[in-house]
Design a protein around this ligand. Structure first.
Ligand SMILES: *Cc1c(COP(=O)(O)O)cnc(C)c1O
Length: 355
């Protein structure tokens, strides 16, 4: 049976990227890409190609570096304050992953949480807060993968703006110039697990550092060495390159955004009109296009396991909500075909009709 991949991450990738990866594992210039030196010319071309593709896709200005690192987005949670938190940093508390950054920053200095949506289980994006002008930087999590909210506006900030875009990078055009730094674990929207992308402004990178930094936590080293100070995650970077090639061939991030809007509008409309379900994020402005969270209405709430059973029968994989929040979550990343969205909607319609 055909399966529909709604996994939150690692997640759906384009068939093209997977097929190209299989081929490169079997034959990459006569050897397997798994067994070549990362210092070979062939791999240089992959690394340079990946950096160039990211720059083209997001229209990244010349005074930025694109770096590919190991360690996941979670490692960035401490590397950022280690480098740049001198006295005080500002954070916006929009849920689990935002808190991941806040927790680590507290190890290095004062943390000013400018606003939080904790009062309503992180089901909205806080508005009307003030970013302190004496903060070393302001960090936000653009797409809250677990709670299903998203900030899509490239905001103005009086201090350097840092964004965790792990789960929505490449899903829309971004005005990179508004950010001092963008980072993301690649396993949500453009690669298998194992690689993290960092897009960083050169001036910020070089001038904001506030303490001696160990080599592997030093963005300047990784930028200077073209992400090859040590052995980089060779295979995930190759797949990332192939996914980016696919995005470009399909029409770039403008087209990815169009598709994300089409997919998410369909699913939210279906949930709004459902007899038994509702979307957990009420304000359409705040709803994630990538991770659509929903629940059964109170009178049906004890049927969660039954719906998951039906989803399984229909080949819908990964629709269970994150273990910390429960309910359901349909992750609809760039490579998710509309056919999968339609399968989810048909399942919800059939379920509604039976209840
Ligand atoms: C998944 C996720 C993370 C954690 O990523 P790892 O690569 O597993 O460390 C951080 N932030 C966001 C927004 C995420 O979705």
């Amino acid at each position: 049976m055909k399966k529909h991949n709604f996994n939150a991450g690692p997640a759906v990738l384009p068939e093209y990227a997977i097929n190209e990866t299989v081929k490169a594992i079997q034959d990459f210039g006569g050897l397997s890409i798994l067994s070549i030196s990362h210092r070979s010319k062939d791999f240089d071309a992959v690394m340079d190609g990946a950096v160039a593709a990211a720059k083209r896709l997001l229209d990244i200005p010349d005074d930025y570096h694109v770096i590919f690192l190991g360690g996941g987005a979670s490692t960035q949670f401490y590397v950022i304050p280690y480098n740049y938190l001198n006295k005080k940093a500002a954070y916006l508390d929009t849920g689990t992953w935002a808190l991941g950054g806040i927790k680590e920053a507290k190890l290095y200095g004062e943390v000013d949480v400018v606003a939080s949506s904790k009062d309503k289980n992180y089901s909205y994006i806080p508005k009307n807060y003030t970013i302190p002008t004496d903060a070393d930087y302001f960090e936000i999590c653009c797409n809250n993968t677990i709670e299903g909210t998203e900030i899509r506006k490239d905001m103005d900030s009086p201090v350097p703006l840092i964004a965790d875009m792990s789960s929505d990078i490449f899903s829309r055009p971004v005005d990179v110039s508004k950010y001092a730094m963008i980072f993301g674990g690649a396993q949500k929207n453009f690669a298998p697990a194992g690689v993290t992308i960092v897009i960083i402004n050169d001036k910020f990178m070089n001038e904001a550092v506030c303490r001696p930094v160990p080599t592997m936590a030093d963005y300047r080293v990784h930028a200077k060495k073209n992400s090859m100070n040590n052995t980089p995650p060779v295979l995930p970077i190759f797949t990332a390159l192939k996914t980016m090639e696919w995005m470009e061939a399909e029409g770039g991030v403008k087209e990815m955004e169009k598709r994300a809007i089409a997919r998410s509008t369909k699913v939210y409309d279906c949930l709004e009109n459902s007899k038994t379900f509702y979307p957990t994020v009420a304000d359409p402005e705040d709803r994630s296009r990538m991770n659509i969270c929903f629940r059964l209405k109170e009178e049906y709430a004890d049927l969660e396991a039954d719906f998951l059973e039906l989803a399984k029968e229909r080949g819908l994989v990964g629709v269970k909500g994150h273990r910390s929040v429960g309910g359901f979550r349909a992750s609809c990343y760039n490579a998710l075909p509309m056919e999968s969205v339609d399968a989810l909607i048909a399942t919800i319609h059939d379920w509604d009709a039976a209840h």
